[in-house]
Design a protein around this ligand. Sequence first.
Ligand code: SF4
Length: 595
Amino acid sequence: MESWDFWVGFSIWAASVRTGRVSARFGALCAQAKLGNVSEARSLPVAEVPQVKKPNLIKSKQSGSDPKAQIGQVTLSDCLACSGCVTSAETVLLQEQSGDEFLKRAETSPLTVVSISAEARTSIAAHNGEGPLLTLRRIGEGLRRLGADLVLEASAAEAVALLEGQAEFTQRFRSAVGGSTGSRNGSNGFSRSGGKSTAGKLPLLTSHCPGWTLYAEKVVDPVVLPHLTPVRPPQHVQGRLVKTALLEAVNRRRFYRWWRARSPFFAAGYWIQSLLKEEEPPVLLKPSDVYHVFVQPCYDRKIEAARPSFEVPGVSGVKEVDTVLTASELLSLLRNAGDGCCGSCGVHACEKTELSKIPPCPLQSEVLTDVFLGSLEARVSPLICAVRNNAGSGGFLEHVFREAARELFHLDLPSAPLALQTKQNEDMREVILRDPQSQEVLLRFTAAYGFRNIQNVIRRITKGSSGDGKDIGHFVEIMACPGGCLNGGGQIAPEKKPVEEDPDTKASSQVVRRQRLQNLEQTLAEGDGTAYVHPSEHPLVLPIYRYIVSQASGFPVSTAEPTSSSRVPRGSELRCFFRFRAVRLNPRPAHKCFA
Ligand code: SF4
């Protein structure tokens, strides 16, 4: 992009804009510029694809008394943690967050981008019986046929969220212990929480699960809120990057392609021609032109995407993530993208059309890419997992524990899985770091999954013997779903085998569930095309920090600039990008079952 012909072209374009002598035909020429697979995607007959009729969130059955009436069935697993129950506002939200909406907007939006979380990708891969990379490539091709321009994986956003979570914890820990392991406000004196009220508040509770965060904001004692980490969840690190960094990269590419479509040797001729014919300059896309869809493991992410704090700054009403689809919703959507039918009924896009019938998208194509339009093929590995173990719910406990041991106590832990001890039940686990000499407890981290264990944590924080939650430890990874995100409500449910054929009938359901989650976690961390890369060494992390610093400072910084150090920049200019704070919402009494 920095070749001489690009800058010559850019100067000519800028000059033509300044003169104001541009014409509509110029815009038509831009539209004809070769956009590779992106334009091919648009040329497909998307309108002919059968539309998905219902988001299929709430199942219904015929009423026995009134043949015209349907009885809706809502279970707790359908709960969106909203403050009402299927009011008109929720109905609008469900319509906005459905497969129907995706098909409609993908057809009309100038740029449709789909991000796919690692958990959702893993669930679809397990259902499909193929590796995660092959599955991602099939999904990429299927979405391209349905109108998507770009399909992104989200490992860089996950790595950035892990690094920010680590920085928040070490800063709070140092504040809490009064400098025995470092300076009071951390090495740079900057409180990432942005205020005194949360300095040293331990235990630090993760906030990347919207099911838990919404519950905390609406139901639990307000004294708990300052314990929530103010770091944005990965969905909205990615969302902000898509509507800023990716958008800029797409605009640069569009202009570059338009320019390269005309030989630089005839640049002067084209310039004169464009002035004479009053041609329009290339149209640059705005954040509102980008339709961003995120595929996630649960429905609560839809509510998270609708939060006013997750809008693009300076552009009122433009969300960072426009639509969230679950893994199961994506799978039913992709049934419309298959090459043919299941082979028995002769109907294109029939119910039984399998994802495996969609040919994989080539890795070197421009559909599968990252937030800087880089190639997945050029990386150390196309898919990256930022933690070696316990990655199924983001890996915050695993990453922060290891890094805190290293940074605060200069202890390097072996790469073997952390020794998590099961406490009250298998969804309540704990890991402890002890001083090698004195055996004194240095760090105590807890994983609390499911609302039963969340209640336990809240009780211990608010009514603990010391009143400061010390007995729960220093850090709690809280997830609303028992089993974590790999077991989320929007994941594809495992096929139920007939009882007589099921070899696991003798095993308890917990053992079966644990085995299934272990298999999913192994697929996520070690599946085909996946490699472990420490978050600070992720190939996109340094470019992302450089981009944010350049945006905050107003000076362009090359995102591709080589570096000899993997240390990421730190400073107050990062605060506004990563900050997110849980706030007290319309309180309501706790549900009976939690009392
Ligand atoms: S734990 Fe469940 S509710 Fe929370 S983010 Fe994961 S899938 Fe969603």
